[in-house]
Design a protein around this ligand. Structure first.
Ligand SMILES: [Zn+2]
Length: 289
């Protein structure tokens, strides 16, 4: 068969772990799918260290993360351990980029300060529902927009992105097909800059994926709504979004999503019991069936 002509834009994927604990089976499976997709496109894979959580990101976890990824058979072409054209690859070293994007959003009037605590948001809701996603922000601080910033002595606040209420955000997921979410209904105004002077996950990921020229994002399907939020940011920041492939989540036998509390399914723990990467991959069928 004739070879396919090379794509004008070469594939760039990424692995984006947070060093707040040890890698577990759920991360490994999502990352493995990301690596397989990058390899099948003869593309590059970037390792990005998402270490913005100062309190929970620990050096020992970063070392362990790199070791576990190597042991499992992951191979990346750019990353915090050996650099690359889009260095640095640790989010804690990229704060100036996030701040620049935030200032752009603020200058254009897309954000407002919010003094609500998480408890305030929950109390203001008629029927808070316990899901994976955050509750829809009721918009309490939209009306007082700007008042807080006048006072230089004001306590640090969260800055929220004001979503265009009623606007449908649509995208085609490469696994799940067409997706539609309505701003203001499926998700509300979300935090862009945190009261502890750090960017939110949503902002940092958009800035990094765009700056690192990522063409396809592979991640868990719990982040579908986050993709809709992020597409709004791409639009107002004038950035080109990547494509998205959302993977099924790994659950245990009772259907509960794997989390870090499932210590027994940590890659370290499995390795200590004599597991090999091949036997771990064989487990994926078992935990999801
Ligand atoms: Zn508020």
């Amino acid at each position: 068969m004739p070879a396919e002509p090379p794509s004008p834009i070469s594939y760039r994927g990424r692995l984006a772990p947070s060093p707040t604990g040890f890698l577990h089976l759920g991360h490994a499976r999502t990352f493995w799918i990301a690596q397989e997709r990058a390899q099948s496109h003869r593309g590059a894979l970037v390792l990005r260290n998402e270490d913005l959580d100062r309190a929970r990101s620990k050096r020992e976890f970063i070392t362990a993360m790199l070791e576990d990824l190597h042991w499992f058979g992951f191979q990346w072409q750019e990353g915090p351990d050996f650099g690359g054209p889009f260095a640095p690859y640790s989010q804690s070293q990229r704060l100036n980029l996030y701040r620049g994007a935030f200032e752009k959003l603020r200058a254009a009037g897309f954000v407002y300060p919010c003094v609500c605590s998480r408890q305030d948001v929950l109390r203001a809701l008629q029927a808070p529902h316990a899901g994976e996603d955050e509750p829809v922000y009721p918009g309490t601080c939209r009306a007082t927009k700007g008042n807080l910033v006048q006072n230089s002595n004001a306590a640090p606040v969260n800055w929220r992105f004001q979503v265009p209420d009623g606007e449908t955000v649509s995208f085609v997921d490469l696994r799940l097909g067409p997706q539609h979410f309505v701003a203001g209904r499926d998700f509300g105004d979300f935090v862009i800059w945190r009261h502890d002077d750090l960017p939110s996950y949503q902002l940092a990921v958009v800035v990094d994926d765009a700056a690192m020229a990522i063409t396809e994002v592979v991640r868990g399907e719990d982040l579908l709504k986050s993709t809709a939020r992020q597409l709004l940011l791409y639009k107002v920041l004038g950035l080109t979004p990547p494509k998205f492939y959302h993977c099924p989540l790994v659950t245990d036998q009772s259907g509960v999503r794997l989390a870090k509390r499932h210590d027994v399914l940590g890659l370290r723990a499995l390795r200590a019991t004599g597991a090999t990467p091949e036997s771990v991959r064989a487990l994926w069928g078992a935990v999801t069936s």
